[in-house]
Design a protein around this ligand. Sequence first.
Ligand code: DC
Length: 218
Amino acid sequence: MILHRAIAIDGPAASGKSTLARILAQRLGLIMVNSGAMYRAVTWRILQLGIDPADRAAVVDALRGMEIQCGVEGLDSTVRIDGIDPGDALRGEEVNSAVSAVAAVPEVRECLVSLQRDYLKLGDVVMEGRDIGSVVFPETPFKIYMDADPGVREARREVVGEVDSVAARDKADSGRATAPLKVADGAAILDTSGHSIESGVEAALEILAGQGFVMPAR
Ligand code: DC
């Protein structure tokens, strides 16, 4: 069996994970997996079904009946729920405020972690989320924990016109019992507050080289 490589990028909301992961995927020819989109897609379906995201038993019941299809288009991960691609609704206000409750349900995490690990069968991946270095791929040597000042992170969301209570989500994501957001063993911390995108990418490439990641020949 071919062993593919995983780069794990974790951090709080709007710390720059998706931007960095996308650029790394393009430069290094990796599949980019946005694991938050998977939690968002399940949450979107829960809301669509009229289920209270705080009702764990009902969430688990609905999850059992859901068909979750994860794939790749180009180098990007895709997710369809019961045959539907939720599209822009994934980043809407309703999903933003309900996703932390759904992501705290252990059965939801177990199901999505298994789908996340399956991506490694397809090729080398860069995956971003909250527990990628600690739970999904604890064995990978390539781990970055991204952070930025809360004010900088809120401002990043506002610039793209998103209403997102970053602080409330961070509190819920860090405080939950199952797979809380934390710095994984072996992860290098990259604070992007004072970085431009390009200098953040350069810093990440240096970290990965230091962790032994062999870059593809240009
Ligand atoms: O990365 P994001 O902001 O799109 O993630 C949305 C939510 O999903 C986040 O508030 C917590 C949850 N999440 C998680 O619990 N574990 C992950 N690996 C990724 C996201």
